[in-house]
Write a protein that binds this ligand. Structure first.
Ligand code: CUA
Length: 317
């Protein structure tokens, strides 16, 4: 997998390639025109005053030149824009994304049962096909941008906007919120993981399953701590008691669904790499890492219980 670099200069899909071409043509053309204007400026300063044909300069450089250049750009960009994937759910796989302060809820449909299930801060897609992202927000206006795959799209409370993602090759592509949405706007990132279609199908089927059951005392203790701390008031772990067969969408959604949190690359919306140590640090004091986040600190946990809780979360693959 390629590095999760967030870069407009490394397009990884057809739409991002078209946008990158636009950027290069505008940047290159702008540079040439800028240099031309600077050369004229130097000439004007250095040359001794002599009569020039002012009308010819005004009509030629001030009117005809921009009209011709902008007209060519208009025609060319309209022609190239036709290559962009239409932003429609028709014939495309759909994934629902709800932006929240300050994380991303991601919902997939289980092809086996037809039910929706939730994940967070990571959008997994199969390579080589258009995936329609239906976007909304549950609080303020956010905006989703994954530069390697497409342009930006605002998420507006009470409305659904759409963005089509299409990756040419497997990899991890970082994205982030690009609309100032409060204190933790800067730590509202996410990753798109593009996988080979067969691998994606396997992942989706596993992700739709309820959570893994603890199979050793440490994990048992972690699960007990999870319930004791009332983590499930905000976080869903589908089937945490071994009874719930799935669903869970009517469960707590204030915080990310943690059913398979251990399989995600990052926690806290792209802020920390995901492993037992960062999980423990996050649970112990989220406010030190993301001040203003909705999650309170679990201050009364002793070290061993915290370790068990982190181990339990890590094992939820
Ligand atoms: Cu969400 Cu900025």
């Amino acid at each position: 997998m390629s590095s999760p670099l967030q870069s407009v200069l490394h397009p990884a899909g057809p739409d991002a390639s078209v946008i990158a071409d636009f950027a290069w043509v505008l940047f290159g053309g702008g540079t040439v025109i800028f240099l031309g204007v600077m050369a004229l400026l130097v000439l004007a300063v250095r040359r001794r005053p002599e009569p020039v044909n002012a009308r010819r300069w005004i009509v030629g450089a001030g009117f005809a030149f921009p009209v011709v250049v902008l007209s060519i750009l208009l025609v060319w960009s309209t022609w190239r824009s036709a290559e962009l994937t239409p932003q429609t759910s028709k014939g495309a796989m759909s994934i629902g994304v709800t932006a929240k302060m300050w994380w991303w809820e991601v919902r997939y449909r289980d092809p086996a049962s037809g039910r929706e299930f939730a994940s967070a801060n990571e959008i997994r897609i199969p390579v080589g096909q258009a995936v329609y992202i239906g976007l909304t927000s549950s609080d303020v206006i956010h905006s989703l941008w994954i530069p390697a795959l497409n342009g930006k799209m605002d998420t507006v409370p009470g409305r659904v906007t759409g963005l089509t993602l299409r990756a040419d090759k497997p990899g991890v592509y970082r994205g982030q919120c690009v609309e100032y949405c409060g204190e933790q706007h800067a730590r509202m990132a996410l990753h798109v993981v593009a996988m080979e279609p067969a691998e994606f199908e396997r992942w989706l089927a596993r992700e739709a399953q309820p959570a893994a059951q603890p199979n050793e005392p440490l994990l048992e203790r972690g699960r007990a701590a999870f319930l004791e701390q009332r983590c499930q008031a905000c976080h869903t772990v589908r089937g945490i008691g071994g009874t719930d067969a799935g669903g869970g969408h009517d469960n707590a959604l204030l915080g990310p669904d943690l059913t398979h949190v251990g399989s995600r690359l990052h926690i806290a919306a792209g802020t920390l790499r995901n492993h037992r140590g960062t999980l423990a640090g996050w649970v112990a004091d989220p406010q030190a890492i993301k001040p203003g986040a909705r999650m309170p600190a679990a201050a009364d946990l002793d070290g061993e219980t915290l370790h068990a809780l982190a181990a339990y979360l890590e094992h939820l693959k």
